[in-house]
Design a protein. Structure first.
Length: 345
């Protein structure tokens, strides 16, 4: 079912661009920082945007495909890392504290029970991990929709708490395999052009991973829709992230896209509702193979390349200071008129 997504304010974008051209600098000299400021102007519907308040939601789930040997780590690590998030010990926890960003962890499909974390994380478990996509559908359409809905609910909680910029992170051992399958399908690419080493698998495991994705994709019907693709080869946390992006866009709140898994979720959201891409900004280029192709399909260009492949929303959190600088430069620099400086002839 399609949802109504508003169009960013193009008049505000044009006004912000005109303002940029009056600042005391050569036109275009701040490069992508100028476009960032103008995009936030369009999202906020004003010539001079305010600094966004970021909220980070980490979605966690397990993947049956780990049984095929596609990950360097066992599935048990997913639950262990969720406990680490709850203790505040993960990378994204550090970055959330640094930026005073709201951080929420949502269990949409961790295989292990997590009763000790009640009250510390949100339980929205759809199922205890997906099935092995190498031999059957990862989940049913109904389960995929339930995970999408869990992501939508998380976006509403973040926005109700004051967020004006959304970041989705993930934790799920094995999740680069379904992400690669989704990117292959939505970008019409071969697995050899997309599948990467994920958590650091060796050459033999990489070859196996490519074969697993090839097998899963070969079983997709030619007339399958986006929800069907998500159910067949996706992941619960990937679906939740897609729902998160879609709900943010529906409510007029932009999302900052993290790495490879986030890009797969964004592609899924775009396949479900193309106009969602108008509300997305790419943070960084992941080391994972195929990430740039996914961003290109979304019409996005990454802001930085730090050679990251961690996930959790960490890359997105790291560029928050760049976004703040872009908006401050836009708002606080003098114009040629206010500074009494002659503009170019």
């Amino acid at each position: 079912m399609k949802i109504a997504i508003p169009t960013p304010d193009q008049a505000a974008y044009a006004a912000a661009q005109a303002h940029q051209n009056q600042l005391t600098k050569p036109t275009g000299s701040l490069g992508m920082l100028e476009d960032i400021a103008c995009r936030f102007a369009a999202w906020q519907g004003c010539r001079i945007p305010t600094l966004p308040q970021a909220a980070i939601t980490v979605f966690a789930a397990d993947h049956g495909v780990t049984a095929a040997g596609v990950s360097a780590y066992p599935s048990a690590v997913t639950a262990e890392m969720v406990k680490n998030f709850a203790r505040g010990g993960a990378a994204i926890c550090v970055l959330a504290r640094q930026h005073h960003a709201r951080l929420e962890v949502v269990d949409v499909g961790v295989a292990s029970p997590l009763p000790d974390l009640a009250g510390q994380i949100i339980s929205a478990k759809v199922m205890a991990g997906t099935h092995n996509l190498a031999i059957q559908a990862a989940m049913s359409r109904e389960q995929a929709q339930a995970a999408l809905d869990a992501g939508s609910a998380a976006a509403r909680r973040a926005i109700d708490a004051g967020a004006t910029l959304l970041i989705a992170g993930e934790m799920g051992i094995g999740n680069t395999t379904p992400s690669a399958a989704l990117i292959c399908h939505f970008c019409s690419l071969a697995p050899t052009d997309v599948v990467g080493r994920g958590t650091g698998v060796d050459d033999a495991s990489l070859t196996l991973k490519v074969q697993v994705v090839e097998t899963a994709l070969s079983c997709l019907p030619t007339d399958i829709d986006a929800l069907g693709v998500l159910a067949e080869v996706g992941g619960l946390e990937i679906a939740a992230m897609a729902g998160f992006y879609l709900e943010g866009a529906r409510l007029g709140i932009p999302s900052l896209i993290d790495g490879f898994i986030a890009a797969a979720a964004a592609l899924t959201a775009q396949a479900l509702q193309p106009s969602v891409a108008d509300w997305l900004l790419a943070s960084h280029r992941s080391q994972e193979t195929g990430h740039l192709a996914a961003l290109s399909r979304l019409g996005l260009e990454p802001l930085v390349d730090f050679r990251l492949r961690l996930g959790e929303g960490s890359g997105a959190a790291l560029v928050l200071p760049l976004i703040a600088s872009a908006i401050r430069l836009h708002a606080e620099m003098a114009t040629f008129d206010s500074a009494g400086i002659s503009d170019k002839v």
